[in-house]
Design a protein around this ligand. Sequence first.
Ligand code: NA7
Length: 550
Amino acid sequence: MATEFDAVVLGAGFAGLYQLKRLHDLGFHATIIEKAPGVGGTWYWNRYPGVMSDTESFLYRYSWDKEDLHTYPWSHRYVQGHEVLEYLDHVANKYQLKKNIHFNTALKSAKWMPGVQKWSLETSKGTFVSRYFVGAVGILSIPVYPDIPGRETFQGRSVHSCQWPQDLDCSDKRVGIIGSGSTGVQIITALAPKVKSLTCFQRNPQYTVPSGNRPVTAEERQSINDEYSQIYAEMKDSALGFGFTESKVMFSSKTPEEREEIFEYLWEHGNGMRFMFEGFADITFNREANEATCDFIRKKISEIVKDPVKAHKLKPTQLYARRPLCDNGYYEQFNRENVDIVHLQETPITKITPNGVQTKDGKSYELDILIYATGFDAAEGAYNQIEITGSQGETLRQRWDRLGPTSYLGVSVPGFPNFLMAFGPQCPFANAPPAIEIHVDLITALIKDAESSRLSGNSEVVIEALDSAEAAWVSKCSQIATSSLFSQTPSWLFGQNVPGKRVGTRFYFGGIKGFLADVESVVQNNYEGFKPIKENMVDREASETGTSKL
Ligand code: NA7
C-alpha cells in the first residue's frame, strides 16, 4: 500500500534539508527520500582525501539560523568535507528532520497521476504518493568513468573520487590518478606526502592558485559575527555570493606594473574565485585580460616546479575559463621524487591492465590503487537516472533529449506539474548554499500559494512553468553564457565532459543579484511564467507569499 504525503523531497543535502524544514514549518506532512544512510548529499559521497569547500566558511552555511551563524564552530577560512557533513548533521538533529527522512531509499521512478493530481513515487522501499515532488539531488552526483579499454581488468583497488571507501589506506602504496580538475588537485595535494608513488595522468592541465587557507582568529570570527547582516546584504548584491567584493576594474585601465601587483596580491591572498573576479572585472570576457592571467599563472608554475619537464606538462594552454580552482600547495607536490605526471595529450593511455596503466609510448605504470577523479554527469545527470513521467506521458529524460536540459528559473519544467527542482539545470552559477536558499524560498512560496488556492476550491491548480517562459529563460541563460569566455572552454558546465552529452549551458551566469531580481519580479507579477496559481494575487503583500526572505 502506498504511503501518502503532502510533499516528498528527493535528497538530503543542503537543498533537501532546508526544503524539508520549510515544508514542516508550513505544517505539511513531508518527507525526504535519500539513497545514502546519512544526510549531506554531495558531501556525503565526496569523502576523498583533501576534500574541502573553497567558499569562505562564514558563507558556506545556511543564513536563516542566526544562532548557528553566530555560534556554530569553524576554525579555518574554508571548511573541510567532514566539517560540512557534521554541520548538516547538526542542522538535521537540531530541527528533528531525521525522523522524516527515509534513508537507504532509492527512487526508481515517478509518475504524475492526472486523475488525482499527485505523484506516484516508486522507491526501493515501496510506493509513496504525494501532491508535490521536489528534486534536490544536487548538480554533481553521477560519476563519470573514462572509456579506457581494460578498465575492469585492474587487479588493484580502483575508486571514483565520489565513492571513496572509508577503509582505503593509500599509505606507502603505488597510486595512479586520472583527472586533474578541482577534485584531482585536492586529492593529489593531500596524498602526495603519504604514498609510495603518485602518478598523475593528466589530459588538460588546469589553472589553480593558492587557496590561502589558514586558521581564523577569535577576533576575526567576532568581527564576522558583528557584520553578518552587512555580509549577507553584500552577498545578495553580488554575482557569485562568495563573500568578497567583485572588481569593477577593467584590465586595460591598469599599467603592466599595476596588473602584476594585483595578480601578486591575489596569489598571496588566495582563492580561485577571488583570483578570477576580485582583481579585474573582465578576465572572463576580455581575451587580453584572460591571456595575461594565464601567463601569470604559468610563470608561477615555472617558479615553483623545479623540474622543467614536469613544469612544462603542468602548464595549461587553454583559456582561464573553467570553474576556477585553488589548492593547498598543488604545484609544490611535483617537486617530490615520488610524484610524477603523465601528459595524456603527448602519451595517451592505451589500456588499463591487471597491474596498472599502459601509455602509447610503451610505458607501463604498475599500481596498487587507481583513482578516477574524472568528474560527473552534472546538472541533469541525476534526474536522468530516474524515470520521471509527466502529464503528457513523456519522461523528463525524453524531453531533455529532445530540447536539452531546459527549465524555467532552474525550478520548473512544462509538462511536469507540481514537480520542482531545487538547484536544477539553469540554476545560478554561484556559491551553492545562498543560491539554494533562493530556490527553496521560491519553491516554498509556490507550494504555499498553490496549496492555499487548492484548499479554497481551485481544485485543478498545479505549479507548472509555461513553455514560453521556459524558452525565454533558456534563451536568457545561453545569451549570458555566450558573452563569456567560459562558453569557449569545454567543461562540465556546458556538458562537454561526457561523450555524447548535448552541449549547452547548465547555468544562469547572471549572478545572485540578477537571479534574485528575476525571482522577485516573477513573484510580484503573480508568478509570471507559471500557469495561474491563484486569482487575484497581484495586490497581495509580498510578506504573505512566504517570500519576504527573498
Ligand atoms: P571535472 O572538473 O570535470 O574534472 C575531471 C577531470 O578528469 C579533468 O581533469 C578531465 O580532463 C579528467 N578526465 C575526464 N575524463 C577523462 C579521460 N577519459 N581521460 C583522462 N582524463 C579525463 O571534475 P571534478 O570532480 O574535478 O570537479 C567537478 C566540480 O566539483 C568542480 O568544478 C567543483 O565545482 C566541485 P579534461 O580537463 O576534461 O581533459
